[in-house]
Design a binder for this molecule. Structure first.
Ligand SMILES: Cc1cc2nc3c(=O)[nH]c(=O)nc-3n(C[C@H](O)[C@H](O)[C@H](O)COP(=O)(O)O)c2cc1C
Length: 223
């Protein structure tokens, strides 16, 4: 059963957590889709300080903290809905740390994320407070990991965007236009995950049958 992992980058139970959960609910309307939710809230997440041990030893990050609990969920998911509050027109520091700490996935688990699907959502206190920049930062993370990106069903553009007016979940609920983009994002990710899951299975089988090298040499990995 294809699974979508929702990741919330807000350190509190607020607009973003509400929005990610709403997107997951919409995704679950597609029969066969299962979802799981993970948040930075209450988690201990250290920063990456580029010791480069992961690169030298081809291992996941040696720092033992709550990122360890995310790694497995991240690798086994077929799709992702990542949400962040807008902090200074960017993703939250907590979410940036998550992204940084997952850096070695491409080395340790090459190809595992390839052609899976990701969607992005964000909540900002101001109507145009940097939401588009946050969506782009999340999309960039997907691109780094060979994850295909969808902005959701038509009209969402590059993802779900909420104007929370700094009123936590209540603010997100009141922004009915924004909430619609969040729900359509969830639905769009779910449909794309179905296509990608069935397609990947077929493609991997075909590649194996025809002896096609789908890994290839990577200038990043094989140095
Ligand atoms: C450090 C910090 C920086 C913020 N910067 C912005 C900003 O640049 N633009 C904006 O619209 N809102 C900004 N906000 C407001 C939050 O994005 C907004 O309240 C958001 O909905 C919070 O999400 P949450 O309720 O899930 O925590 C900022 C909030 C904090 C704490």
């Amino acid at each position: 059963m294809p699974k979508i992992l929702g990741i919330c980058g807000s350190p509190r139970k607020g607009a973003t957590e509400y929005a990610v959960r709403e997107a997951l609910k919409s995704a679950e309307e597609i029969p066969g889709i299962t979802t799981e939710f993970w948040s930075v809230r209450g988690k201990k997440i250290s920063y990456c300080y580029q010791c480069d041990r992961c690169i030298k030893d081809k291992t996941m990050c040696f720092i033992q903290d709550d990122i360890k609990g995310l790694e497995e969920l991240f690798l086994e998911a077929d799709g992702f809905i990542i949400g962040s509050p807008v902090y200074d027109m960017n993703v939250s520091a907590q979410l940036a740390a998550v992204f940084n700490r997952l850096r070695p996935v491409y080395l340790v688990h090459p190809g595992v994320l390839k052609n899976k699907v990701g969607g992005a959502l964000t909540t900002g206190g101001t109507r145009h407070g940097g939401q588009e920049m946050v969506l782009q930062a999340i999309v960039n993370f997907y691109l780094m990991h060979e994850i295909l990106v969808t902005g959701g069903l038509g009209g969402c553009y590059n993802g779900g965007t909420i104007w929370s007016k700094d009123k936590k979940a209540q603010g997100a609920m009141e922004d009915t236009v924004g909430l619609d983009t969040v729900k359509r994002l969830g639905r769009g990710v779910a449909e794309a995950v179905m296509v990608s899951s069935f397609g990947r299975e077929k493609w991997l089988q075909m590649a194996a049958d025809l002896n096609i090298d789908i890994e290839g040499k990577s200038p990043l990995r094989d140095h």
